[in-house]
Design a protein around this ligand. Sequence first.
Ligand SMILES: NC(=O)c1ccc[n+]([C@@H]2O[C@H](COP(=O)([O-])OP(=O)(O)OC[C@H]3O[C@@H](n4cnc5c(N)ncnc54)[C@H](O)[C@@H]3O)[C@@H](O)[C@H]2O)c1
Length: 322
Amino acid sequence: MTQTINPRKAAIIGCGFVGSATAFTLMQSRLFSELVLLDANEAKADGEAKDIAHGIPFSGQMKIYAGTYDDIADSAIIIITAGANQKPGETRLDLVHKNVAIYKSIIPEISKRDFQGILLIVSNPVDILTYTALKLSGFPENRVIGSGTVLDTARLKYALSEHLGVDSRSVHSFIIGEHGDSEIAAWSSTNVSGIPLNTFCEMRGHYNHDAAMDRIAEEVKNSAYDIISKKQATYYGIAMSVKRICECIIRNERSILPISSMMHGEYGISGISLSMPAIVGLNGIETHVPISLDADEAEKLRESAETLKKIAAELDLSTAIS
Ligand SMILES: NC(=O)c1ccc[n+]([C@@H]2O[C@H](COP(=O)([O-])OP(=O)(O)OC[C@H]3O[C@@H](n4cnc5c(N)ncnc54)[C@H](O)[C@@H]3O)[C@@H](O)[C@H]2O)c1
C-alpha cells in the first residue's frame, strides 16, 4: 500500500546546531501542525523537542516530539541536516566521505518506508549529498531538493542592500553553482526592482562597479568561514532558508529559488546536482528557470559543475546500509 502524506507534518533528521535552529524557526512559522525530530543521539533530539515545545504557548498549537523512522514516514517534508559540519579551515567538500557514509545509513531507512513526500537536503557538501540522496533513494528528481545556494543568495541580497541602502527584498540576484568555493554571483542578471545593477549603483553614488562586485562576491563566498571561525557553526541564516523552501512547498507558492537539483543539459551541464533558479511548489521542483548568463558566468558555472562531477565520480553509491 502506498504511504499517505500528512500535508502539515515535517521531520528533521539531525538535531545539532542547524537542525535545532531549523526546528525553532519552523515552530514559530506555524507552517506545520506536527514536527518530528530524529538524531543518532536520541537524548539530544528529545531535549531539543522539549525545549522548543515550551515555546508553543507563545506561537500556536502543534506537536513537536523526538521520534523514529516509523514516525516520520508520512511527513510532507523530511529535512536532513545530519552530519559533520565544517571545522575552522575545512572546506565543505572536505566533509564528503564522512557525510556520504552517514547518508548511506539514513536514506535507505526513508526509502524502505515508501516515503512519498519531499526530501530536503541541507547537510554539506549539499550538492554532492543531494546527488547522493537521489541515487540512494531512487525517488523522482522533483522530490529531492538541496537547499543549494538559497542561503548564499540571501547573503548576497543582504550585502547588496547594505551597500545600496535599499530593502534586500527589492534586490533580485542569484548565487548559482556549487554551494561552496566555486559558486558564482550572476551579476549580469542582477537588478534592483527592474533597474540594472550598475544604473542603481550610480543612483546611490557608487561608481567603482568591478571592485565593489568582487568585494561583495568574495564576502558572500567566505561568510561561512568567517562565522565558523568566530562561533563554530552557522545556523540562523540556514534555518530561515529552510523555512522559506518549506513555505514554497507547503503553500504551493511556485516561487523561484536557487535550490540544488539534477541538471539536464542547461548551460551544457548534465548528470550532477547544483544550484540554479527553479520553480518550487507542492510537488517540489516544477521546472528549472535558466536565467541568462554572460559567457564568463556560464563558463564558471560549467567549471563549478566539473568540480562537483569529479567528486561524485569517486563515490560508491551502490553500498547503502539497509
Ligand atoms: N546547506 C547549508 O547552507 C548549510 C549551512 C550550515 C550548515 N550546513 C551543514 O549542516 C550540517 C549540520 O551542521 P551542524 O552545525 O548542525 O552540525 P552538528 O554537529 O551540530 O549536528 C549534526 C547532528 O547530526 C547528528 N547525526 C550524525 N549522524 C547521524 C545519523 N546517522 N542519523 C541522525 N543524526 C545523525 C549528530 O548527532 C548531530 O546532532 C553540516 O553538514 C553543515 O555543514 C549546511
